[in-house]
Design a protein around this ligand. Structure first.
Ligand code: SAH
Length: 249
């Protein structure tokens, strides 16, 4: 039996945001590999072994998945959202690059998923309707100075900015520092969306002007979207519409 390795995105949380392609891969898998809460989203069944591991062991997890697939298993590595956005797909390919001969003939595929910024954007309206960028605020894998440089340049270029991993216990002040930096560059009250646990029962959306944005409004299940200078709010029954027009003045 020839094994394969699929790196799949489970979407932001809701079962109906898992793509049919990903569901089919999960149904064929012999092994599921990933961070504990993501593996828990794949139900147990006979013939399926679930390998859940801690967040910090991505390199070990990637090698383990490659080794099982090479030994003939049908392995799905799961990420939340999209596996190519601050997630496991790049971790797998780092391992492949380290030893390209060993993994040369292995069947490896990446299946996309609905990433958090798109799920959040859809809920709020269309804040990413014009040019935008995504920045990971986690400094686990890159220096803080690089994060600050990218934030400043993104604001100067007037992108809407999606911030992944905005806050953690280890970095309680990172998001407040980011807002302070953006206030210095933007000098206006553009809207900031805090979208928490989108598509789950804990979903919560909040929009405040940049001067009122505070780090404490986010946690690790929140994505923050800072509007461009063109992003605006349209009053609407139920919930205000946050959107960025496609035209520039
Ligand atoms: N691969 C994932 C991102 C992993 S980084 C994706 O494509 O979505 C983890 C960060 O994603 C979290 O800190 C949070 O900023 C964001 N995130 C993931 N799921 C989310 C959800 N349901 N609602 C809001 N933000 C989410």
């Amino acid at each position: 039996m020839s094994g394969w390795l699929i790196v799949a995105g489970l979407g932001p949380g809701a079962d109906d945001m898992v793509t049919p392609e990903v569901s089919a891969a999960l149904a064929q898998a012999t092994d599921i590999v990933g961070y504990i809460p993501y593996v828990a989203r794949v139900p147990e069944r006979p013939g399926l072994t679930r390998h859940a591991s801690d967040n910090r062991v991505e390199r070990t997890r990637a090698l383990h998945a490659l080794e099982m697939a090479a030994a003939g298993h049908r392995v799905v590595v799961v990420s939340s959202g999209d596996p190519g956005v601050f997630a496991m797909a790049a971790a797998i390919f780092e391992r492949v690059e380290e030893d390209p001969v060993r993994w040369h003939d292995l069947d490896i595929r990446v299946l996309p998923g609905v990433t958090a910024m798109l799920a959040a954007s859809a809920r709020a309206g269309a804040p990413l309707g014009h040019d935008f960028c995504a920045i990971n605020l986690s400094d686990n894998l890159k220096p803080q100075a690089l994060i600050e440089r990218r934030l400043a340049l993104a604001a100067e270029a007037d992108f809407a900015i999606a911030l992944y991993n905005p806050r953690s216990k280890a970095r309680p002040d990172a998001l407040d520092a980011a807002f302070a930096l953006l206030r210095g560059v933007c000098r206006d009250d553009r809207p900031v969306l805090f979208a928490r646990a989108v598509s789950t029962p804990q979903e919560d959306l909040r929009i405040v002007p940049l001067p009122e944005a505070r780090g404490a409004m986010a946690d690790m299940r929140t994505i923050v979207i800072i509007g461009s200078s063109r992003t605006r709010i349209v009053p609407h029954a139920g919930r205000p519409i946050l959107y960025t027009p496609r035209t520039t003045p």
